[in-house]
Design a binder for this molecule. Structure first.
Ligand code: BGC
Length: 729
């Protein structure tokens, strides 16, 4: 029998990264560490904000890059490689992936998140979790939930209506829990609708465990627990890092009868199970990993992550093109974000060397600006950049955000590129109209120069091999196929959450509701710089023969895609669904499935996208449950959310629950029930036949109608009951 003190001890960390060893149970300690796009194992002094270096490990592209691939199979491969590195470094659980919705481009941590859409975030996070856990190492899906900003992240109350919460902010988490069964879920720092998430019983127990069937560990974000007793009661199992006072408080609470031993037992069992699984995965662990092979995988991933935003035909360049490279990021890559996810890479490619290797000589280069905080370049640096630009056929301008611009722990205040870079670009364009912009940034930046430059390559943050991948895309060794998982707006003010971000001490109200990202831009008809799902290729694709069939599992979508250009290429086919005659508030269209196809020039292939039945449901506040409306579902298929090539529809049976009529039902609701029109006719007749008056009557509750007509309620209620009983059958 394990001693109760040992049990209590296991509900908290032994130190910063380890669980307690419980000798009586033969349970050694186990190490957890960040991630998620590489292993961040600290051997000296520990911190969780990225200050102290960790042992070298492969730095794969962070989630912003991984997501742009829209390639679950590739993410599984990355996951398997991450697991191998974890095992080699004796890490039992990798603390990731992060999968919060990108509600605003200002969120300082967007680089660590996948998308503004829960379907693509959920699918990709599931793939990564499957890859890592398939390799015998645990994951921690984070930050659960509604942690969509960094401002005041440890206290701010995220105020989200239940439908929005379910359909946008929890949907992706539910998908991962069901599809990949993560060993742990990390609860977030913030409050949710008034309750600290670490103490939120509704979220951690009723939704996560009772509804979704989660049986793993809920671990706290580092320092997210204010009161371990309340947290355990709410469904938390493991507080990290160690906190002796909180551990003592659990002992006191047990002695005082304020917490059941069963609650502690349950948390203990879950943590024990996780540790045993972790240690089993670490048995026979390799001594090291194949650094070169993992670097190659990081490069392949980065190649698929690059998004070609615009191109008037100037790209790809040939090695003979006389290029000049401007911008410090070409030499000193910005390849990952700042904070707890910072990985110490095994190698680091830069685009400048890679370009020189492709063209066969050193290319003219000028840094143009510095990325080192607190340093200034001499005034001549600007002129040097203009001079190299003037002498070239094509200028490759490597612009972007520096590390300090976006980080865990704080949000951005603007979406602009730094003013000095915009000024430099303007002068470059005066010197040479053939400018191609190559971007490095963890979250969207505004691109007011989009129609002045000849092409824009969005490199996001691409991990340690990103430099080489960018060069390969620019020179055509790689045909780009990445697509945006976040909209790039024209103005910050256009962002649907703009007026409600980041809130204040009274909380952050998710006032845009369901209308997050493209859902909001589409509903308002707002012009955007580049829409969700967008990404160009050096070839072109034609769409034909769209078929949509409704069946018991949902919708089966088929479409033929043909490569109509001159190069082999990969197209990410996207399927969006709308319900035009819906009786509830709906966004214009939602991504409900996607699939990629790689085609040789002239080749055609049929692509199949299965849309699961549960994807068609909405959260009905009235029924407190998921409901699928019966009726016509329109499926639009295309190359982006605003490049929809084909449309088809299908009839879906739906599963709307029977809603009995009552005296609070309206006239319109009542006449929709067969047999009821006749019952209402005499009551309505007193109002005459004026169609305008009849329209007004539609929203009148039956109780009010009875009142106006002077009819007794009892007889009427008996008729209602009869019709309800008939309707139920
Ligand atoms: C971050 C987590 C991270 C943890 C441990 C926290 O500050 O929010 O994402 O896993 O620290 O470093």
């Amino acid at each position: 029998m394990t001693d109760i003190n040992d049990k209590i001890a296991l509900t908290g960390g032994a130190d910063f990264w380890n669980t307690h060893a419980i000798e009586a149970d033969g349970l050694p300690r186990m190490t957890m560490t960040d991630g998620p796009h590489g292993v961040r194992l600290q051997t000296a002094s520990a911190d969780h904000i990225g200050i102290n270096d960790s042992v070298p490990a492969t730095c794969f592209p962070p989630a912003v890059g991984l997501a742009s691939t829209w390639n679950p199979a590739l993410l599984e491969e990355v996951g398997a490689a991450l697991a191998e590195e974890c095992r080699a470094l004796n890490v039992g659980v990798l603390l990731g992936p992060g999968m919060n919705i990108k509600r605003s481009p200002l969120c300082g941590r967007n680089f660590e998140y996948f998308a503004e859409d829960p379907l693509v975030a959920g699918e990709l996070a599931s793939a990564l979790v499957n890859g890592i856990q398939g390799g015998g190492v645990g994951t921690s899906v984070k930050h659960f939930a509604a942690n969509n900003q960094e401002t005041d992240r440890m206290r701010r109350d995220s105020q989200v209506d239940e439908r929005t919460l379910r359909e946008v902010y929890l949907r992706g988490f539910a998908k991962v829990v069901r599809a990949a069964r993560p060993w742990t879920i990390m609860c977030s720092y913030n409050k949710l609708n008034g309750t600290q998430v670490s103490e939120n019983h509704w979220l951690l127990t009723e939704v996560l465990r009772d509804e979704w069937g989660y049986d793993g560990v809920v671990v706290s974000d580092w320092g997210a627990v204010w009161n371990r007793v309340e947290a355990l009661k709410a469904g938390l199992d493991l507080e990290m890092p160690a906190n002796q006072q909180h551990e003592d408080a659990v002992r006191d609470a047990l002695a005082a009868g304020e917490i059941d031993e069963a609650t502690i037992d349950q948390a203990y069992r879950r943590v024990e199970d996780m540790v045993r699984k972790g240690l089993a995965g670490l048995a026979d662990a390799p001594d090291g990993f194949d650094v070169e092979a993992h670097h190659a995988l990081a490069r392949r991933t980065a190649e698929e992550a690059v998004v070609l935003l615009s191109n008037d035909g100037i790209l790809p360049l040939t090695p003979q093109t006389r290029v000049a490279v401007v911008g410090e990021f070409a030499r000193t890559p910005r390849y990952q974000g700042a904070g707890s996810s910072r990985v110490n890479p095994t190698r680091l490619d830069n685009a400048l060397d890679a370009i020189s290797a492709i063209v066969g000589h050193d290319v003219p280069f000028a840094p143009g600006f510095t990325t080192a905080p607190g340093q200034d370049l001499p005034a001549s640096a600007h002129d040097d950049a203009i001079a190299v630009a003037r002498d070239a056929d094509v200028v490759l301008a490597f612009l972007g955000l520096g590390e300090s611009h976006e980080s865990e722990g704080y949000d951005r205040e603007t979406c602009d590129l730094p003013a000095e870079q915009l000024a430099l670009l303007k002068d470059l364009l005066s010197a040479n109209p053939n400018v191609v912009v190559v971007l490095s940034n963890g979250s969207s930046v505004l691109l007011p120069f989009a129609d002045k430059v000849r092409a824009i390559v969005e490199g996001w943050l691409l991990g340690q091999a990103g430099g080489a991948a960018l060069a390969d895309v620019v020179f055509g060794a790689v045909n780009p196929s990445g697509k945006l998982t976040e909209t790039i707006p024209r103005r910050l003010e256009d962002v649907p959450s703009f007026l409600h971000f980041p809130g204040d001490d009274s909380g952050v109200r998710y006032g845009e509701g369901l209308f997050v990202g493209y859902r909001g831009y589409d509903a308002a008809g707002t012009e955007v710089a580049f829409p969700f799902g967008h990404g160009l290729s050096y070839t072109s694709f034609d769409y034909s023969d769209l078929g949509v069939v409704a069946n018991d599992s949902g919708l089966a979508v088929t479409v033929t895609v043909t490569n109509t250009g001159g190069r082999a290429g990969r197209e990410v086919v996207q399927a969006y669904v709308s319900v035009p005659a819906s009786r509830v508030v709906r966004v214009p269209r939602e991504l409900k499935g996607f699939a990629a196809v790689t085609l040789e020039p002239g080749e055609s292939r049929q692509v199949e996208i299965a849309i699961a039945a549960e994807e068609l449901s909405y959260w009905s506040v009235i029924d407190s449950g998921w409901v699928t409306e019966g009726g016509t579902y329109v499926v639009e298929v295309g190359s982006s959310s605003r490049d929809l090539r084909l449309t088809a529809s299908a009839q879906v049976a739906g599963n709307e629950p029977f809603r009995p009529l009552s005296l609070t039902s309206t006239v319109a609701e009542a006449v929709a029930v067969p047999g009821f029109e006749a019952v209402l006719a005499p009551l309505l007749s007193v109002f005459g036949e004026d169609p305008e008056l009849m329209k007004m009557m539609e929203s009148m509750p039956l109780a009010a109608l009875l009142g106006f007509s002077g009819q007794p309620e009892d007889a009427f209620v008996a008729v209602l009951d009869g019709l309800n009983a008939a309707g139920k059958q």
